[in-house]
Design a protein around this ligand. Structure first.
Ligand code: NAP
Length: 475
């Protein structure tokens, strides 16, 4: 299967193609075009040319295009899920959940397209402002450069393409090199849905080539990036006055307070939060702090839950976890476990590869605060569990991080819940749930090194529009 670049509504051959291999089998699955700098130039110009067409398009038409894209995705659901299993090793049941959310995200975008509006301003509140009517409108920003990661190839693209189209912008999308097929499929879907040529351009290629050019080109008005903090922060440093939204990594913490009953549902939820898609989720539960009175029981029950999970072929209906995105990540897991053990940690379950491409759900305790498993983003099927004595101590432990995306607390004590909500240094606090909770209309984003700006259609639309003031002097 040979996949070309999608620029200006046409499939374009590239000078260079790269073999895409399946993370699970290691076999070639496609030959994918790699954009060079001339291709990027052409894609940006195509988006620039289409910008006035999109800016003039009425809201109901933009909404209808998004709705038609949703219908096509619904018709082709199983094919789309299979693609995720092939290029990302995402188990089919996890892929179905991503697709359902993606459809929801585009539905929110269609709805938002119909509701973008400004406000009236009471200018007569200021002396000299009398006799004027003032209002704002939200204007599309123009060309949006979108750079996306491998872990949610449909839904994280939807969080950029959806609001950009809803707001009347055009997009140049650079998907992750390991998951270009889902993004190229999207180009096909939006073409069939009637999106004008040039409004969405999809150009797989090296991050260092395509990403760098997008961030430096003055025709690109906004950069929306989801990926690692290292790349995100360097992009922001180069972006000058461009709008920049960054959705970055984390080592999310969860507190289990003394007053909580350890039900099967709670244990299963924690295991799901730690191990779904092999922990390759930005809000994966990485650090669980359990009140000392419940600690031993919690560790034992999490061990049993981890052992129940099925590791294997992503196309198998029973599979919970499959391969990490690249075999080198398994080497990293092993190094990090070894480092933690040297610093005094104990492996409760897992900790050793099952094969060249499979790593099991792993639970580690007694992890030093400065071990990578605690202070870096694991992005693998690994969770550390530690006891605490007081809630203040647990909050301090969660906050002892360079990251701050989301955090969770299980408690029946309203005072404990509200204290945690107030003091946890994160973009979102989930009370009586894990930090992995996300639905697609909530404001989503981080503090510290976890990000800059917010997604969640309505909030992304704010980032992708300019507020313009209009005043009318009457009489
Ligand atoms: P990544 O390595 O940072 O890559 C993300 C994207 O950036 C890819 O398209 C990549 O292209 C591109 N890129 C790489 N180097 C670049 C450069 N110098 N300039 C511009 N673009 C460049 O991240 P990943 O491994 O795909 O994803 C994992 C990370 O994403 C984790 O840290 C995770 O927490 C974070 N994430 C955050 C959220 C959130 O919403 N907060 C959601 C999901 C993931 P190539 O693939 O070609 O290298």
């Amino acid at each position: 299967m040979k996949k070309h670049l999608y620029i200006g509504g046409k499939w374009k051959e590239a000078k260079e193609y790269q073999t895409l291999t399946s993370p699970f089998t290691g076999e070639a699955i496609a030959s994918v075009a790699m954009a060079d700098s001339l291709d990027v130039e052409e894609a940006i110009q195509a988006a620039k040319n289409a910008a006035p067409i999109m800016a003039k398009m009425p809201a109901h038409e933009r909404a209808s295009i998004l709705e038609r894209a949703v219908s096509i995705m619904e018709e082709r659901k199983e094919e789309l899920v299979r693609l995720l299993a092939l290029e990302a090793a995402k188990p089919v049941k996890t892929g179905r959940a991503e697709l359902a959310r993606t459809i929801q995200t585009y539905r929110f975008a269609a709805s938002e397209a119909r509701h973008i509006h400004g406000e009236t301003i009471p200018l007569d509140a200021a002396p000299g402002g009398e006799g004027r009517l003032a209002f704002t409108v939200r204007k599309p920003i123009g060309v949006v450069g979108a750079i996306t990661p491998f872990n949610f190839p449909y839904n994280l693209v939807a969080h950029k393409v959806g609001p950009a189209i809803a707001a009347g912008n055009t997009v140049v999308l650079k998907p992750a090199s390991q998951t270009p097929l889902a993004a190229l499929m999207l180009a096909e879907i939006f073409e069939a849905a009637g999106l004008p040529a040039g409004a969405l351009n999809v150009i797989p290629g090296k991050g260092s080539v395509v990403g760098e050019q997008l961030v430096k080109d003055p025709r690109v008005a906004a950069i929306t990036f989801t990926g690692s903090p290292e790349v995100g922060i360097s992009l922001k440093n180069k972006a000058g006055l461009k709008r920049v939204t960054l959705e970055l990594g984390s080592n999310s913490g969860l507190i289990i307070n003394h007053d909580v009953e350890l039900t099967d549902a709670l244990i299963d939820r924690c295991a799901f939060g730690a191990f779904t898609f092999s922990g390759q989720v930005c809000i994966s539960v990485q650090r669980i702090y359990v009140h000392q009175s419940k600690y031993e029981e919690f560790v034992q029950r999490m061990k049993e839950a981890a052992k129940r999970l099925v590791v294997g072929d992503p196309l198998n209906e029973a599979t919970d976890l499959s391969s990490l995105i690249a075999p080198k990540e398994i080497g990293r897991m092993e190094e990090w476990v070894e480092q933690a053990i040297k610093m005094g940690a104990e492996v409760i379950t897992g900790g050793e590869r099952l094969s060249e491409r499979l790593y099991p759900p792993t639970i580690v305790t007694k992890v030093a605060a400065n071990a990578n498993i605690s202070c870096q983003e694991v992005f693998g099927p690994m969770v550390m569990i530690a006891p605490f004595e007081t809630l203040d101590e647990a909050i301090t432990l969660v906050n002892d991080s360079r990251y701050g995306l989301q955090a969770g607390i299980y408690t029946n004590d309203i005072h404990a819940a509200m204290k945690a909500a107030d003091q946890l240094e994160v973009g979102g606090v989930m009370i009586n749930d894990f930090p992995t909770f996300r639905v697609d209309n909530m404001p989503y984003g981080g503090v510290k090194e976890s990000g800059f700006g917010r997604e969640g259609i309505k909030y992304a639309v704010e980032e992708m529009t300019e507020q313009k003031l209009i005043t009318i002097k009457i009489g």
